[in-house]
Design a protein. Sequence first.
Length: 248
Amino acid sequence: MEADLGITLALAAIAFLGSFVYGVTGFGSGIIAIPLASIFLEMRFVLAVFALVDCVNAVRVTLSRPRAVVREEVVRLVPACIVGVAIGALLILALPAWTLMLALGIFVLAYALYSLLVSRALPVIGMNWAWPAGLSGGIASAMFGAGGPPYAIYLSMRPHGKEETRATMAVTSLVSIFTRVVAFTLTGMLSSGAVWTTALAVIPASLVALWLADRVHGVLSREAVIRAIRILLCVAGATLVIRAAGSA
């Protein structure tokens, strides 16, 4: 499958938008980019292209603030994420994907709406909640390509600054995305030269978006970033519910 110039420019614009959101909040690129890009191209092609784009994004954000990564969180989130990816791969074979997608979407949407509508501050939760957050994020990543919401919910309720939150989410995203790239390689989804040329064509737009997001992120307060994350979670939850309803 080849993307002509017009479609490539559209994909570049979509990659810019998704990468900007990712750069500001630490997640959400796929939630925005995959549905929009699927308007122009077949889903498998889109997933393969944006797996490569997202991998570059995650490496860029992680390397931009390596000291901001909270290692105590990572050593819990990452192993749980890897286990979750394995469980998700098994669940794909055992259960209808739309049922789990619907459950995750309702949970994420309910949390996001509650956190936006309730005026008092949400409680700070303990670090042991990293295990279920990582596990559910890994399952969601394997099954739906949307592992970010569980990580975002957990880290937004931890006592970290905005830089630590974004950098730690980027590391967990990198693990999820890298696992997905390995899976796509094994299944042949990355064997097409068109996938690589299209990804290389849109990655510059993503890098520009990340550069701009760094500037915007720098002037935002932690409260503004957390609010942006919760609004994006509303979008993510609604998207998962809609996708589940369409797949039922």
